[in-house]
Write a protein that binds this ligand. Structure first.
Ligand code: NAD
Ligand code: TYD
Length: 339
């Protein structure tokens, strides 16, 4: 079995590559990644020269480049992680989100039609459902919840999902889609909430909490997400959407306090800053389908996962310091100074 993993030099894609190499050592993996600001070859160092693994630098929206890879590699399975993934950047500049997340997905789907595959899996997000009110804890996103997006990021991901479904319905392309809640764990780019707060706390810098910090996210350890995708590839029904989440809703402020407490840093570092535009209030997944049909359950409790994650960032300072010492500084200034 040969699996093409797009976006495999990013956070979840790299964790998926490590997961698949353990779980299916006989599979060949080809990672296709453009290496945007979020892609990092250092992350893949451990597998780079190993047999059964290949890296190709390419843009999923570059039709010629993608067709060349399909022609040469003839993958059996494609798992598409490649995306612009940060909501705040999408608010700043939506265009690249449409190019990569929508047009790039279309190019991959066309390549799958042209060269033939056993499965195309689209890695999507719960953000396509919009948000839930804080005062209705009884409400959850199911696969039937209407798509109702808030940010250019989520709008681009929802568009890609619709396109995937259209290719299934119209061309009978064997597509599956997973919509996962917020992930955390090793190798997450430091612009996202958890690694940003760890990095700032370690440097005794202010921790910028948007608004009151009452927004709720449903956090899942990245390895549990990888396991869910692997299960969908093996047993999932073609044409189907699977929500992935572990009923682990937490307010941002409580996540930030937890990180400070693990690191032994004072809560006085918390800095409430101007809220994100269009900020979604609450995400909460109903995972009944993937549990009932495929038997998936998350294995990592948040208490363990957050300890492991903080521990990982402590042990891998060089990995994230390389990032935050580069172009990231301009981004941070732009996004946070005087906010
Ligand atoms: P990330 O930003 O860490 O990584 C994205 C990767 O895609 C990078 O390696 C980048 O170089 C690559 N990439 C970007 N544009 C590309 C292009 N045009 N061609 C080829 N490669 C390109 O993102 P992530 O957090 O690992 O997210 C991966 C996927 O999972 C995304 O599709 C995202 O929407 C989805 N998702 C993420 C979360 C989360 O909490 N992080 C939750 C649910 C779903
Ligand atoms: P993020 O990690 O960007 O994921 P998403 O927006 O896709 O859920 O943000 C998670 C939550 O944390 C979100 O409600 C925004 C908030 N947040 C902050 O309060 N401060 C920050 O500096 C960042 C990056 C996020």
């Amino acid at each position: 079995m040969k699996v093409l993993v797009t976006g495999g030099a990013g956070f979840i894609g790299s964790n998926f590559i490590f997961y698949m190499r353990e779980k299916h050592p006989d599979y060949e993996l080809v990672c296709l990644d453009k290496l945007t600001y979020a892609g990092n070859l250092e992350t893949l160092e451990a597998v780079m020269d190993e047999p059964g693994f290949q890296f190709v630098r390419a843009d999923i929206a570059d039709r010629e480049a993608v067709y060349t890879v399909f022609e040469a590699e003839k993958p059996d399975i494609v798992v598409n992680f490649a995306a612009e993934s940060h909501v705040d950047r999408s608010i700043e500049n939506p265009s690249v989100f449409l190019e990569t997340n929508v047009m790039g997905t279309q190019v991959l789907l066309d390549a799958c039609r042209k060269y033939g595959i056993q499965r195309y899996h689209q890695v999507s997000t719960d953000e396509v459902y919009g948000d839930l009110p804080l005062d209705r804890p009884d409400l959850f996103f199911t696969e039937e919840t209407p798509l109702h997006t808030s940010s250019p990021y989520s709008a681009s991901k929802a568009s890609a999902d619709l396109l995937c479904h259209a290719y299934y319905r119209t061309y009978e392309l064997p597509v599956t889609i997973s919509r996962c809640s917020n992930n955390y764990g090793p190798y997450q780019f430091p612009e996202k909430l958890i690694p940003l707060m760890i990095a700032n706390a370690l440097a005794d810098k202010p921790l910028p909490v948007y608004g009151e910090g009452l927004n709720v996210r449903d956090w899942l350890y990245v390895e549990d997400h990888c396991a869910a995708i692997d299960l969908i590839l093996e047993k999932g029904q073609v044409g189907r959407v699977y929500n992935v989440g572990g009923h682990n809703e937490m307010r941002n402020i409580d996540i930030v306090r937890r990180i400070l407490s693990i690191l032994g840093k004072p809560e006085s570092l918390i800095d409430h800053v101007t809220d994100r535009k269009g900020h979604d209030m609450r995400y909460a997944i109903d995972p009944s389908r993937i549990h009932g049909e495929l038997g998936w359950l998350p294995e990592t409790r948040f208490d363990d996962g957050i300890q492991k994650t903080v521990g990982w960032y402590l042990e891998h300072c060089a990995w994230w310091k390389n990032i935050i010492n580069g172009d990231y500084q301009d981004y941070y200034e732009r996004m946070y100074s005087g906010r």
